[in-house]
Design a protein around this ligand. Structure first.
Ligand code: MN
Length: 373
C-alpha cells in the first residue's frame, strides 16, 4: 500500500489489486520525451482518460466527450487521481464491483511537449497517431477543467455541427411502381422516423413526423433518447466518430414483425421507470438507412449511392441497430411482394445519383398490396 504522501496513494486506495488487473505501480521517473496516453474507457458512462507523464506519474483527466478535434468546441475535463506510469499501456477489463468497472483500451499514445505546467493551466503539444496538436487544459472550478485545442483542426475543412435545422428530413412521394433503372430499393418499416446525432459518444434523437412530432426541437431529442434508452449504446459503439443518421425505430412482435401497438407503448412511456421497464419488455431496433454527416462534414450533397457506401464503412451493427440492405431496382417487384408478405407498409425507391433533399421523386414510396396470403 502506498503511504499517504505518495502521489499514488489516492490511486492505490481506490483499488483492490487482488481484484482488478490494473497495475499497482510505483512512482517511476523515465528519461526521454514525456509520454501521454488517451484511453477509451467504457465504464458506467463512456469517457476518455487523458494521462500526461509528469514527475514519475501520469497526471490524469477524464474527458466525457474525448479530446476536442476543433478549437471552436471545448470539452469538459475532470481532473482525476494520478496514475502510475505502468498505466501507459494498460488495456483490459476491470471487473464489476471495482472502481472504474468496464473495459479500457488505448485510443492513442505518444509523446508530448510541456509548454506550460501551472497549478490551474497546462499547455501541451501532443504527438500521437490520432491526436497531434497544441492543447490547453485550464481549471474552471475544483476538479472541473476544460480542454481547448489551440491549433486549427487537423482536418482544415472540418465544420462544427450546425444543428438540426441544417438537416431537413427527405420525404418520399407516393408512387405506383418501383422504377427498375437507377434506383435502390429498401423496405419501409412503418416505425418512428428519427434523425440521430452522435458526437463524443453521446446520442441525440430528433423525431421526424409521426406521433412524437410534438417532442421536436433541441430538447425533444433528449426526451426521446430517454424513451429509447437502448439506442444510447450506439454512442458507445461509434466512440469519437461523429454522425447524423436517418432511420426508423421499430419494435417487433412475437413473430418478428414491426408492431405499431408496441411502438406506441414505448413512445408513450410516462416516466423514466416506465421507459426502462418497457425497453426490457419490448426492445427497439433502429433501422438505419442514410448518412447525412460524418466527422465534421455534411454528406447531404453526395449521391445516395456514395452515402450508402460511407454508411457501410462504419460497419454499424449492434444489439439495437442495423443497416438493412438497399436492393437494386430490378429487385423492386420481388421486394414489394416480400413487404406485403411480412406485413410491412411497402418499399422506398431512392435514386442512386440523387443528393439528400434532391428533386421530388428522387425518393418514391410504393405501398405494399394487401396481404392475401
Ligand atoms: Mn476512466
Amino acid at each position: 500500500m502506498g503511504d499517504s504522501t505518495s502521489p499514488l496513494s489516492t490511486y492505490q486506495a481506490k483499488r483492490d489489486f487482488g481484484e482488478t488487473p490494473e497495475p499497482a505501480g510505483a512512482v517511476e521517473p523515465s528519461g526521454g520525451a514525456p509520454r501521454f496516453v488517451v484511453q477509451e474507457h467504457h465504464a458506467t458512462a463512456l469517457h476518455w482518460d487523458l494521462r500526461l507523464e509528469r514527475d514519475g506519474v501520469l497526471v490524469s483527466w477524464a474527458l466525457p466527450k474525448g479530446v476536442p478535434p476543433d478549437p471552436r468546441v471545448n470539452h469538459l475535463a475532470v481532473h482525476t487521481e494520478d496514475h502510475p506510469m505502468q498505466y501507459l499501456d494498460f488495456q483490459g477489463s476491470i471487473p464489476a464491483g471495482n472502481y472504474g468497472a468496464g473495459t479500457m483500451s488505448v485510443w492513442d499514445t505518444g509523446t508530448y511537449e510541456p509548454e506550460k505546467w501551472g497549478e490551474r493551466e497546462v499547455i501541451v503539444v501532443l504527438h500521437g497517431a490520432r491526436v497531434d496538436g497544441r492543447y490547453v487544459l485550464f481549471q474552471t472550478r475544483g476538479k472541473q477543467w476544460m480542454i481547448h485545442r489551440m491549433d486549427p483542426p487537423a482536418d482544415p475543412d472540418r465544420d462544427v455541427w450546425p444543428g438540426w435545422s441544417a438537416f431537413p428530413a427527405m420525404v418520399a412521394v407516393p408512387g405506383a411502381a418501383v422504377p427498375a433503372e437507377g434506383y435502390g430499393v429498401e423496405f419501409a418499416w412503418g416505425g418512428q422516423r428519427v434523425l440521430t446525432f452522435v458526437s463524443g459518444g453521446r446520442v441525440q434523437l430528433h423525431p421526424v413526423g409521426g406521433p412524437s412530432v410534438s417532442e421536436g426541437g433541441e430538447n425533444g431529442g433528449g426526451e426521446l433518447v430517454g424513451r429509447f434508452r437502448e439506442l444510447r449504446a450506439l454512442g458507445e459503439a461509434l466512440g469519437v466518430t461523429e454522425v447524423v443518421l436517418d432511420g426508423e425505430i421499430i419494435v417487433v412482435d412475437g413473430d418478428g414483425r414491426p408492431s405499431k401497438p408496441r411502438l406506441a407503448e414505448r413512445q408513450g412511456a410516462r416516466s423514466d421507470a416506465a421507459s426502462r421497464r418497457l425497453s426490457e419488455r419490448y426492445p427497439a431496433t433502429m433501422m438505419v438507412s442514410d448518412l447525412l454527416w460524418l466527422d465534421g462534414h455534411s454528406t447531404m450533397a453526395r449521391p445516395y449511392e456514395q452515402r450508402r457506401q460511407l454508411l457501410s464503412g462504419l460497419s454499424m451493427s449492434g444489439p439495437a441497430w442495423q443497416v438493412p440492405r438497399s436492393y437494386p431496382g430490378t429487385d423492386g417487384v420481388a421486394l414489394l411482394a416480400a413487404a406485403s408478405q411480412q406485413g410491412l407498409p411497402g418499399v422506398v425507391a431512392k435514386r442512386l445519383d440523387s443528393p439528400y433533399q434532391g428533386d421530388a421523386g428522387a425518393w418514391i414510396f410504393v405501398p405494399a398490396g394487401k396481404n392475401d396470403a
